[in-house]
Design a protein around this ligand. Sequence first.
Ligand code: DC
Length: 220
Amino acid sequence: MINVAIDGPAGAGKSTISRAAAGELGFIYVDTGALYRAVGVYALRNNIDTKDARNVGKSLEKITVELKFADGVQHVFLNGEDVSEEIRLPEASMAASNVSAIPAVREFLFDLQRDIAAKNNCIMDGRDIGTVVLPHAQIKIFLTASPEIRAMRRFKELEQKGAKDTYEEVLSDLKIRDYNDSHREIAPLKPAADSVTVDTSGLSLEQSVNKIVSVIKEKM
Ligand code: DC
């Protein structure tokens, strides 16, 4: 199977770009952030402090997380319920960032990610795919952009969905998440030694997709 690992900070365009590139290549697209978000949503719904490693760890016994693909579109299920919409709320983003720093949570989601990659040609995106989850992926890309550009993209996305968050709030949340994601002890966000870095700051969506597809085709 051909596995492409795409890692990078929040808002770099990983999901949009990966989805489009996967479509062009006929691969499935796996968004691993959705898994951490589902665990975060469980904690939020049950009033569990998302930074409390002991309680979040204990709650894992009561959780099943599954990914299903319908027409190439990924849906995430929490205890059998499709939570694909709910996981996109801003509070779910911060909850995901918090629970993702808990080793038991990462361990809990590890096999699920590995299994999908073993069975499918896929583009998998996340923070630690090239470094930890799929260290043997044939192609590794570190996708990034400046914080201001990433925040503006997120802001517009949220605005379209009717969210009331201001640009400043989005930027400040994003900086906190960047810091959390790259400073945690376990599987911090960092480029894999054998990854190609692509900065999308000055690129349109179409240019970014073309760039990624060409990097992948070159390596294949
Ligand atoms: O990519 P995203 O914004 O949906 O991810 C949500 C959070 O989950 C992010 O702040 C960090 C965490 N995450 C992770 O630790 N490892 C991954 N492979 C994917 C996401």
